[in-house]
Design a protein around this ligand. Structure first.
Ligand code: WT7
Length: 650
């Protein structure tokens, strides 16, 4: 392990509290024993084939379960299906058209009830709209929307006609949107005038317009009216969603697609500055997200499920759109922030819709802890049955708080480890079968192969190591858009024959897995991956900046916080706030450093490498130990003095 991760391992206190599922929970659970694990262990391919057959409707059966030419996998080869048919039509055809798909809650308090029939009707019309704009099978469509039902409609309409979507989170800047559109060479952009956030309308179309100044592949833009803010519409290119929908044909057949048809691209950060377009395809992806959503959340027909993620992230793709809709679930979809109008907004929503399954992130849980137990105590949360966590390690205190104050001591917690690249949940308890320990994601799910290895790739059975995946899984990424060499290099070159996920983990004496965070140069801020290089590149793009080094420092609320050390060009002047805003414009508000320290020099080795480990130590206020390898040790003394000043908050 690198220096940093072995420190993390040493620092981890063993947690010995155990929480077996109650008898009452087990009695009603879909899985209460080890049967599913045992079946999968005997024949994992057969296990996945059984899930694909049970959970998905295929128009043509597959010939081969999995074709594996490391690092390229194909699943359910020769099979055909339509993903939107599986998420919509088949539920309506089975008489469940009146079942609510989304209880949608707008931040200002407006609500919409969208049934499966409604969603199917809207999706068919919008699929025809896309066709009318020249979108066909294999084309890419960019989506830049707030959390409104139209986001799901847009994604499902793409799937219906075999176009791949690339959703860009609404918090990303014009530059980020432009780069993603251009990398994907998208034909159409679907956006909105704006959406609601913290009581205000945030503009999307004006940001999109800036991006659209240099996106030659875009021929059409569809704009949903949501914010009511004034926007400019470019004649011939821009169209209002409601105008196109009113004129669209209501019927669009769900043509069968190949199992390996590209379903979507989703861009994520890696260790270099350039985001990677992660490719996900249809049959295997849908199988694993439907399977995991059903069994990890112990899904029953009368459940009301709520995942608080944004559709712009993989969690929204897999556990708001594809998994839950394939399973015909009823969900809550909420547009805004957890503290508008009050700090109890989430608990109020849980009470009013009788939410039974709730999926959120540790960073949110830690924020709720700060707001105090009186907020959830204002509401009746007794409808809750299972609580989920995703995005970063959940520390035992946050786990216990979630368990006691949200789950009433009664609800199993599923801490789910996975990634944009894995597409679906990989490591997690099954709530009726697994005895949990606070802070541990427990075991790989049935059908999943995960192992720890040391730096030589030798398997580790106890203690710390690198988390690797040992065999292909149905919802695995199929590559990086336009750069399969980078795909091989990034994920499959570190350890022979293994996918390396970038995370360190530890196995305890009972074989429980404890995730310890990233071992590479990727920060995890509020559950979102941001690469240090990406933020550094943004900083040095500023005309006043000569050099920048960025580190992720442990932060009580956001997991890690972005700390930047910046050297200015001779004679240049710029404020910390200006630089933070500049990064916001380059990447998006999520990438704004929490603190920027100006320094005449960065600590470097004699060979000229910036010593990031040392900067992290400074940022986290640790003793520095030996600095004799530094070219100039005085630099560090000066940095420590500056770090003692209080960092800026947004
Ligand atoms: C990285 C993936 C998966 C959807 C959200 C993030 C970290 C994710 C956990 C967890 C510890 C976790 C890992 C992973 N992570 N879930 N339950 N425990 N760490 O997706 O942006 O692709 O980030 O998030 O470091 O590699 P992502």
């Amino acid at each position: 392990m690198s220096d940093n991760s072995s420190n993390a391992i040493d620092a981890l206190q063993w947690e010995n509290r155990r929480f077996p599922p109650s008898e009452a929970f087990k009695d009603q659970a879909l899985v209460a024993g080890t049967f599913m694990y045992d079946t999968a262990a005997q024949d994992d391919l057969g296990f996945w084939a059984q899930q694909a057959a049970e959970l998905i409707d295929w128009s043509t059966d597959w010939e081969t379960i999995c074709e594996w030419n490391l690092p390229f996998a194909k699943w359910f080869v020769g099979g055909q299906l339509n993903v939107s048919y599986n998420c919509l039509d088949r539920h309506v055809l089975a008489g469940r058209g009146d079942k609510v798909a989304f209880h949608w809650v707008g931040e200002p308090g407006d609500t919409r009830t969208v049934t499966y029939s409604d969603l199917l009707a809207e999706t068919q019309r919008f699929a025809n709209v896309l066709k009318g704009l020249g979108v066909g099978r294999g084309d890419r469509v960019n989506i830049y929307l707030p959390m409104i039902p139209e986001a799901a409609v847009a994604m499902l309409a793409c799937a219906r006609i075999g176009a791949a979507h690339s959703v860009v989170f609404g918090g990303f800047s014009a530059h980020s949107l432009r780069d993603r559109i251009n990398d994907a060479e998208a034909k159409v952009l679907i956006t909105a005038d704006g959406g609601y956030r913290r009581g205000d309308v945030f503009a999307l179309k004006p940001v999109a317009d800036e991006a659209l100044e240099s996106t030659p592949s875009i021929t059409g833009v569809v704009v949903v009216r949501r914010g009511g803010n004034e926007v400019a519409m470019q004649e011939g290119r821009d169209h209002w969603y409601h105008d196109l929908m009113a004129a669209a044909d209501p019927v669009c057949a769900a043509d069968p697609m190949d199992s390996e048809q590209l379903l979507f691209l989703l861009y994520t950060s890696g260790t270099t500055g350039k985001p990677k377009g992660i490719m996900h395809t249809s049959g295997g992806y849908l199988t694993q997200v439907a399977f995991t959503h059903k069994y990890v959340f112990d899904l029953h027909d009368d459940d009301v499920y709520w995942c608080t993620a944004d559709v712009g992230w993989i969690t929204g793709h897999s556990y708001i759109v594809y998994g839950p809709l394939a399973n015909g679930a009823t969900q809550v979809m909420y547009e805004g922030v957890p503290n508008f109008p009050g700090n109890d907004r989430f608990w109020e929503i849980i009470e009013s819709y009788g939410v039974t399954k709730f999926y959120t992130a540790p960073t949110a849980i830690r924020t709720f802890m700060k707001w105090g137990i009186e907020e959830p105590a204002k509401h009746d949360l007794s409808s809750l049955k299972v609580l989920g966590s995703v995005g970063e390690p959940i520390n035992p205190e946050a786990w216990m708080w979630y368990h006691e104050h949200i789950g009433g001591g009664r609800c199993p917690i599923v801490d789910t480890w996975w990634q944009t690249e894995t597409g679906g949940i990989m490591i997690s308890p099954l709530p009726g079968a697994t005895t949990t320990k606070p802070g541990s994601a427990t075991f790989p799910l049935p059908g999943i192969g995960a192992e720890l290895v040391d730096e030589n790739g030798v398997r580790v059975d106890r203690g710390g190591g690198y988390l690797t995946l040992t065999r292909p899984w149905p919802s695995m990424l199929r590559g990086i858009w336009g750069d399969q060499e980078r795909y091989r290099e990034t994920y499959w070159s570190r350890f022979d024959g293994r996918y390396f996920a970038g995370d360190g983990a530890k196995l305890d004496d009972d074989g429980y897995l404890w995730l310890l965070g990233r071992v590479d140069d990727v920060m995890n801020v509020s559950g979102h991956r941001i690469s240090t290089t990406e933020v550094e590149s943004a900083l040095v793009a500023h005309p006043s900046v000569a050099e920048a080094a960025v580190v992720g420092a442990t932060d009580a609320t956001t997991g890690q916080a972005i700390i930047a050390y910046v050297t200015l060009r001779g004679g240049a002047e710029v404020t910390e706030q200006d630089l933070r805003n500049f990064v916001g414009e380059e990447i998006g508000h999520i990438a704004k450093p929490k603190a920027i320290y100006f320094t005449p020099d960065l600590p470097k080795t004699r060979s000229g490498k910036i010593m990031r480990r040392l900067l992290r130590d400074v940022a986290e206020g640790r003793n520095l130990g030996d600095t004799s390898t530094l070219a100039d040790a005085n630099v560090v003394t000066e940095l420590q003095r500056r770090a003692a000043d209080v960092p800026a908050e947004d």
